[in-house]
Write a protein that binds this ligand. Structure first.
Ligand code: PEP
Length: 253
């Protein structure tokens, strides 16, 4: 069976004012303009979405939001809807990132509503899941993931999930320089694929893309991509610099 088409996604978090964001996006666009066999996404801060979308137009880079709110519109100060993301040029949206869960009260229930809103409006959701260090040490990794994915995808039907992307991001490996070993990552990716198979069938299990995230760098990307169930990466720190991220997109040291 052929592997799925890779997706390399960069999460810029709360970095870069608009001038810096456009500069990095423009540089990256030039560096990856010839790439046709890898999907590439960058998620700048909300304020920079529209100018970054403009800067990468016509090339292989697609743009994503870092979050959304599930309501169509209304008195929800500070929130951003799917229509707003779409109008700013987004095709993707990151949902349930561990920093949202840790600092902003995101729960499996809100993740579920956000995935529904993304799917209903044609945005590709990148659903983040992952265990903490304490949970891994307590041998709870699989039960935690079972709960996060089970609740996050509660009440979805197979037909809803064609475009869903899952990102496995062990919390202890995000921004820490610690990376899960390729074997640890592969073991969890296989577990997640089996979960999808059990709940939604083999066809989706074989086609769904499961990204790894947690201190991905040019040094470790190739080894990760060589694992059978790793279909790409969600990259934080190493996506902020165009040259470094371009190397990751090429699976090059
Ligand atoms: C992330 O924020 O999704 C992430 C994986 O960060 P980093 O690559 O910096 O660990």
């Amino acid at each position: 069976m052929e592997k799925r088409r890779p997706l390399i996604a960069g999460n810029w978090k709360m970095y870069k004012t608009n001038d810096k964001a456009v500069e990095t996006a423009g540089k990256l666009s030039g560096l990856v303009s010839d790439i046709a066999d890898v999907d590439i996404m960058i998620a700048p801060p909300f304020t920079a979405l529209a100018p970054v979308s403009e800067a990468v137009k016509g090339g292989p880079i697609k743009v994503g939001g870092q979050d959304l709110f599930w309501k169509e519109e209304g008195a929800f100060t500070g929130e951003v809807s799917t229509a707003m993301l779409l109008s700013a040029g987004c095709q993707y949206v990151i949902i349930g990132h561990s920093e949202r869960r840790q600092y902003f009260g995101e729960s499996d229930k809100t993740v579920n509503k956000k995935i529904r809103a993304a799917i209903d409006t044609g945005l590709i959701p990148v659903m983040c899941v992952g265990e903490s260090e304490k949970e891994r040490d307590g041998k709870e990794t699989f039960s935690v993931l079972d709960k996060q994915v089970g609740n996050g995808l509660k009440d979805f039907l197979l037909d809803d999930l064609d475009n869903l992307v899952i990102a496995y991001e062990p919390v202890w490996a995000i921004g820490t320089g610690k990376t899960a070993t390729t074997e640890q990552a592969q073991e969890v990716h296989l577990f997640l694929r089996s979960f999808i198979e059990k709940n939604f069938g083999n066809v989706l299990a074989q086609s769904i893309r499961i990204l790894y995230g947690g201190s991905v760098k040019p040094d470790n990307i190739l080894e990760l991509m060589n694992m059978p169930d790793i279909d790409g990466a969600l990259v934080g720190g190493a996506s902020l610099e165009a040259e470094t991220f371009a190397k990751i997109v090429r699976f090059q040291k």
